[in-house]
Design a protein around this ligand. Structure first.
Ligand code: ACO
Length: 325
């Protein structure tokens, strides 16, 4: 049976120039390179320059993704930005990106699911593309997380970084089998009861400020390892594959120990895990496309391969996606 699938036809990434090492942070808070590396696997992260906004990072990643797909901004007919660090409360960062890129009039909006934002945005875009409502969708994960941090809180300020990654999505014809190129299965989850474990302590309608990121790290950690596995299995079941069949596991890059814990729980070979957490830290919604772009750039991820993406973040939100490149 012929079906329309949503294929990834271009991937791009952008990291700001400034590198912040663990040693740099140890000058600000009581921490050490040894503690950060041992507990998280993080060695360094990037920080956006003063005046460099989330949309600026997004535009750089989008330009690269469009070039890789052989497309121009004029071809784009849907822009979705997954971000928790918008330039402004409104307009949506996607509309700012649309303007800066010169994309013609089309739907452009943000998806806010914190670190799970990219998986959520891919699912939304799949709804447009596979139903014939978009022929060239730009889905971007872009964050300036360093702007949300309380640099007096060593439990959080060492964990996050800035960056952006982008996918170009186009419709392709498939046969309705697991051999098809494109998105094959999704599972999205949220549990608002867990809000107090990971949240911002400010917002436009509560404090009138941006606030700072607050997290009960150990409980987030436990939830991540246990619950991501269920969503991954559900996405795999919808795709009609079994998890060990995947060629690459591209998880949200929160903590190397979470990546290993999830891979272990899923029975996945650790050599199949794409990990960028050491050099990027947690870039929230940007981390999956950034890791994906790195896997392509270094030749590990190849066309035709089966990929498993997953993320968990504030809300709590979490989710997984299976696709064939
Ligand atoms: N340097 C040195 N010591 C520290 C630091 C630091 N940067 N941070 C915390 N500590 C101390 C604590 O104060 C505590 O000391 P105490 O025992 O004297 O009280 C001790 O280290 C242990 O603290 P824990 O929080 O229990 O340490 P844990 O091993 O759990 O590691 C970490 C903390 C790295 C935050 C871990 O819990 C984690 O990665 N959690 C998950 C984070 C995550 O996945 N977030 C993803 C979502 S993010 C989003 O959606 C925006």
């Amino acid at each position: 049976m012929s079906v329309i699938r949503t294929a990834v036809t271009g991937v791009g990434a952008y990291l700001p120039e400034q590198i912040v090492t663990n040693a740099d942070l140890a000058k600000i808070v009581e921490t050490s390179d040894e503690w950060i590396q041992e507990r998280t696997g993080i060695k360094e992260r990037r920080r956006a320059a003063p005046g460099q906004c989330t949309s600026d990072l997004a535009v750089e990643a989008a330009r690269e993704a469009l070039a890789k797909a052989g497309k121009t901004p004029a071809d784009v007919d849907l822009v979705i930005v997954a971000t928790t660090t918008p330039d402004l409360t409104f307009p949506a960062t996607a509309a700012i990106v649309q303007r800066k890129l010169g994309v013609p009039v089309c739907p452009a909006f943000d998806v806010q699911a914190v670190c799970s934002g990219f998986v959520y945005a891919l699912t939304v875009a799949d709804g447009f593309v596979a139903r014939g409502h978009a022929r060239c969708a730009l889905v971007i994960g872009a964050e300036t997380m360093t702007r949300l941090l309380d640099y007096a809180d060593r439990g959080t300020c060492v964990l996050f970084g800035d960056g952006a990654g982008a996918f170009v999505l186009e419709p392709v014809e498939g046969q309705g089998t697991t051999a098809d190129r494109g998105m094959l299965g999704f599972a999205l989850r949220a549990d608002g009861q867990k809000q107090d474990l990971l949240y911002m302590d400010g917002g436009p309608s509560s404090t009138g400020t941006v606030g700072h990121l607050r997290m009960v790290g150990a409980q987030v950690f436990r939830h991540a390892v246990v619950n991501i596995a269920e969503a991954v299995e559900a996405a795999a079941a919808q795709a009609g594959i079994s998890v060990p069949d995947v060629d690459w596991f591209v998880p949200h890059q929160a903590n190397q120990r979470i990546l290993q814990g999830v891979a272990h729980r899923l029975g996945l070979d650790e050599n199949k895990v794409i990990s960028t957490v050491a050099l990027h830290a947690n870039t929230s919604a940007a981390s999956i496309p950034l890791a994906f772009a790195e896997g392509i750039a270094d030749g590990r991820i190849k066309p035709g391969q089966l990929l498993l993406l997953e993320a968990m973040g504030g809300g709590f939100t979490w989710g997984a996606c299976v696709l064939r490149l």
